[in-house]
Write a protein that binds this ligand. Sequence first.
Ligand SMILES: NCCCC[C@H](NC(=O)[C@@H](N)CCCCN)C(=O)O
Length: 451
Amino acid sequence: MKEQNLKKLNDSRAIRWGALAIVAFTMMAAYYVNDVVAPLKTMLETDLKWDSSEFGLFTGAYSFLNVFFLMLIWGGLILDRFGIRFTGKLATILMVLGTGLEYYAMTGMADATGTIWGYKVSVFVASAGYSVFGVGAEVAGITVTKMIAKWFRGKEMATAMGVQVALARVGSQAAYAVAIPMARAYEITTPVLVGLICLIGGLIAFFAFSVLDKKLDRQIEAEVDNSPEEKFSFKDVAKILSNPGFWLIALLCVLFYSCVFPFQKFASELMISKYGIDESVAGFFAGLPALGALFLTPVFGGMVDKRGKAASIMMLGAAMLIAVHCIYALPFITSSWIAIVLMIVLGIAFSLVPSAMWPSVAKIFPAHQLGTAYALIFFIQNIGLWGIPTLIGIVLDKYCVVGKANGANLYDYTLPMCIFTGIAVLSLIIAFALKVADKKFGYKLEEANIK
Ligand SMILES: NCCCC[C@H](NC(=O)[C@@H](N)CCCCN)C(=O)O
């Protein structure tokens, strides 16, 4: 009997969901490390003497190598050439090494004098470490998307993608919630050390997953990794780039995510300085969008599957984003309750747009172009994840310092929030253009997936 007629590993619901749980743990650790330094902004200023521009440099460093050294593109090529197991292990090792370097810079180099290209040695080396981590995290992201496509093809693929993103949000929310209390109780760098340990756990988890994946490959005759429909191809790049749907989704992605992830990085300080929220819970509130998205992304994903309206939902999410950032920008609104409600509304927008956007990519592009399309969209998104925090950090230092307290600057966040509002307005315009393009080019974004 041919091997393919045997029951394969991923035919067992328990085993395929178990495999997803293993890699989702690795991604959860990645999202934790990604976000855990952000709530410490004020402490970094008092304890390690990092100013806002240096914090912005560090935050944007996540995407630096991905953008300027095209690491996502090389990552896509490596993924297609060497497969999920090799690329996943490589990406996770990069995350561990990068975080190790970041931790070393923040501990062992904290007192080092001197500068590199005008930046403190500790800031520069920590940013270099975070940049290496960013390459690993983004490549791991596309690897996991491909892993889900392989293990869940013809099964609960969209649900599995939603569950993986939702679990990653647990890592983000944990980071925002624990960073300040943990840093106060132990050392400022303890939250990073915990992340490093979790990532080492994630590396072990990925090695365990690889054993299962190898077994699955032995069971399937035609190896999915090598099938032409999964390959990153330069021919496809040209086709994708000439599709107006690609540009609209990529632009919406960079604009929308630039208003969420970089904003969150500064949100703990905003909560404390403008709304008087206690430092011990400010991170928790800054992480609320991730917590909301944890529950709502699968719900809205289900709605998009059953009722469609993906383009309209993206417009709604972008409109909500404008309202949130605009109200944060108003200098006379300083109630902590309003700040918290706005974070909840941001959480709803942060669930609406991704749950409509990522499945829309699959409607606009045929299956064989999907991997390439995701890598290119992530690449463009990373330009915003690099540029916006860098810009906000500089703007804070140059135009927003209004005093000093306990050795840290006090900032007026009006101008940064106006910048975020402007980007959100652009995202609504692009979402509207996408809806028009949907009608014109027949992407079927407004139609239900399940009929
Ligand atoms: N199947 C695609 C899922 C994408 C999820 C998306 N992640 C990203 O956009 C990453 N490129 C950036 C992650 C940065 C984490 N702070 C998401 O919504 O998380």
